[in-house]
Write a protein that binds this ligand. Structure first.
Ligand SMILES: Cc1cc2nc3c(=O)[nH]c(=O)nc-3n(C[C@H](O)[C@H](O)[C@H](O)COP(=O)(O)OP(=O)(O)OC[C@H]3O[C@@H](n4cnc5c(N)ncnc54)[C@H](O)[C@@H]3O)c2cc1C
Length: 403
C-alpha cells in the first residue's frame, strides 16, 4: 500500500495537507498533484483579510514552497484542470489531453464563488464586479479598493462582511446589501447578528436590508439595483455564497448530494477514491450525521485523515467543526455545530466586545464561540455536547473550567 500511486486532484489546502501527511506517515510511492490554478496550494482566509488589507503577500500563506514539493518527490501538474475520471481504467483525464493513472485518487476540488447558479445575477460579468475565491480574484479586487472608492458588497455572509471591514480599513465607502435585517442571524441567532451589525455600523459601513436584483453600467459607473432602490458603486463584490466543485465526482459516477458522499474515513462510493475538504459530505462520528463544512481547519484535518485512510490506518472524522473570523477589532473562534433553532446564551458583556457565546438545544450545548477572548477555544470544545443550565453558563462567577 505504501508504494501505490496516489493522485490528488485540486491543489488547495486539503490537498497540501494530504500530501504532507502521506509523506509523514511513510508513503513511499508516487504522488501527483493536479491543480487548475497555476499557484502552489495556498490558504484562502487571508484573501479577505491580510492580503486584501495589503499586510500579507502570497508567500506568507503558501502552504509549502516549491523546494518542499521537490524534496517530497511530488509531481506537480499545476495550471491544468482535470476534466474527467475513468474509473474503469483508473485514470484522470486532463484539459491538456494527457491522462494520469492512479491506484488511489483523492478529490479535493474545493468550492467556487457562486454568481447565482442557474439564474446568475444580471451584470455579474461587468468590469468592476468581483467574486472572491482565488488569489487572482483577490489581486484584482485589492487593486480597486482605493481610498474613497464606493464599494457595494452584495451578500452579508462571512466573506461579504470581512471584505466590507477590509474595504473600510482601506478608506473606501462601503454599502452592504443584506437580504436579512440582521447579518448571519439566520444561522447564528439575532444576538450575534446584532453585535456584528452594530460593529460594522460603528465603523461606518452602510448595511442595508435589501435584496440586490442586478448590476448595471450607467455612464461609466456601476449601479446596484435592489428592492430598496438603486445606488451607484465603483466596485461591486458579489458575495452570495460558494458552491462545491462536484463535476469531476459526477464524471466518476460517485454518490453526490450537496457534496461528495463519503464515510467517516473519507471513502466515496468507489473504494479507490476519497474526497476531502469543502466538497466532502462526510459522516461525522461525533455528531452522528453527514456534514459538509467549508472551513480552513476542516481542510487541514481531513487531509490528514485521508492520508491515514490511504495508509490503511483506522481513524475517523470525529472532531467538531471549527472556524474563525476577523473583522475590524473583532476576532472570533467558533466550535461545534448549532442549528438555527438553538437558543443562545451570552457569558460576559457584549458591550465590552469581549464575551463568550453558547448555543443550546434545551440544555445541551451545540456550539460555542469566543469573541476577543483568547486561549479558551479548547475549553469550549470540551463543553460542546454537555448539558448545562443557561443560568450557569452565563454566570461569570463560575470559572469556565468548573462548569
Ligand atoms: C476569501 C475566503 C476567506 C475565507 N476565510 C475563512 C476563514 O476565515 N476561516 C475559515 O475557517 N475558512 C475560511 N475560508 C474557507 C477555506 O478557505 C476553505 O474551506 C478551504 O480553502 C477549503 O479547502 P479545499 O482544499 O477543500 O478547497 P480549495 O481551497 O477551494 O482548493 C481547491 C482547489 O481545487 C482546484 N480545482 C477545482 N476543480 C479542479 C479540477 N477539475 N482540476 C484541477 N483542479 C481543480 C481549485 O482551482 C482550487 O485551487 C475562506 C475562503 C475564502 C474563499
Amino acid at each position: 500500500m505504501d508504494q501505490e500511486s496516489i493522485v490528488i486532484v485540486g491543489a488547495g489546502l486539503a490537498a497540501a495537507s494530504t500530501v504532507g501527511a502521506l509523506r509523514e506517515r511513510g508513503h513511499a510511492g508516487p504522488i501527483t498533484l493536479i491543480g487548475e490554478e497555476s499557484h502552489l496550494p495556498y490558504e484562502r482566509p487571508p484573501l479577505s483579510k491580510g492580503f486584501l488589507q495589503g499586510n500579507d503577500e502570497p508567500e506568507d500563506f503558501t502552504v509549502h514552497d516549491a523546494q518542499w514539493y521537490a524534496a517530497q518527490e511530488v509531481t506537480l501538474r499545476l495550471g491544468t484542470a482535470a476534466i474527467s475520471v475513468e474509473t474503469g481504467k483508473q485514470q484522470v483525464l486532463l484539459a491538456d489531453g494527457s491522462a494520469v493513472d492512479y491506484d488511489q485518487l483523492v478529490l479535493a476540488t474545493g468550492s467556487r464563488a457562486s454568481v447565482g447558479g442557474e439564474n446568475p445575477m444580471p451584470g455579474y460579468d461587468l468590469p468592476g464586479v468581483h467574486v472572491l475565491r482565488t488569489l487572482a480574484d483577490a489581486k484584482s479586487l485589492r487593486a480597486e479598493l482605493t481610498e474613497g472608492a464606493q464599494v457595494a458588497v452584495i451578500g452579508s455572509g462571512w466573506i461579504g462582511m470581512e471584505v466590507a471591514a477590509t474595504a473600510r480599513q482601506r478608506g473606501a465607502r462601503v454599502t452592504v446589501y443584506s437580504p436579512s435585517e440582521v447579518p448571519l442571524a439566520k444561522v447564528f441567532g439575532e444576538r450575534f447578528g446584532h453585535y456584528l451589525l452594530e460593529l460594522h455600523q460603528r465603523h461606518g459601513v452602510d448595511v442595508r436590508t435589501a435584496r440586490a436584483q442586478g448590476i448595471e453600467q450607467v455612464d461609466g459607473h456601476l449601479q446596484v439595483l435592489s428592492d430598496a432602490g438603486s445606488s451607484r458603486a465603483d466596485v461591486v463584490l458579489l458575495a452570495i455564497g460558494a458552491r462545491p466543485n462536484l463535476q469531476l465526482a459526477e464524471t466518476a459516477g460517485l454518490d453526490v448530494d450537496s457534496g461528495v458522499i463519503v464515510d467517516a474515513s473519507l471513502r466515496t462510493s468507489n473504494s479507490k477514491i476519497l474526497a476531502v475538504g469543502d466538497i466532502a459530505q462526510a459522516f461525522n462520528t461525533r455528531l452522528r450525521r453527514q456534514l459538509r463544512v467549508e472551513h480552513w481547519d476542516n481542510a487541514i484535518r481531513q487531509g490528514k485523515l485521508a492520508a491515514a485512510t490511504l495508509m490503511g490506518e483506522e481513524e475517523s472524522y470525529d472532531w467538531l467543526p471549527y472556524f474563525f473570523t476577523d473583522q475590524f477589532d473583532l476576532g472570533m473562534e467558533y466550535v461545534g455545530h448549532n442549528s438555527p433553532d438553538d437558543t443562545s446564551v451570552v457569558r460576559g458583556s457584549v458591550e465590552s466586545g469581549e464575551f463568550l457565546l453558547f448555543w443550546q438545544d434545551g440544555q445541551r450545548i451545540t456550539a460555542a464561540a469566543n469573541v476577543n477572548i483568547w486561549d479558551v477555544n479548547d475549553q469550549l470544545r470540551e463543553l460542546v455536547g454537555r448539558e448545562i443550565p443557561a443560568e450557569r453558563l452565563a454566570d461569570t462567577g463560575i470559572e469556565l473550567g468548573d462548569l
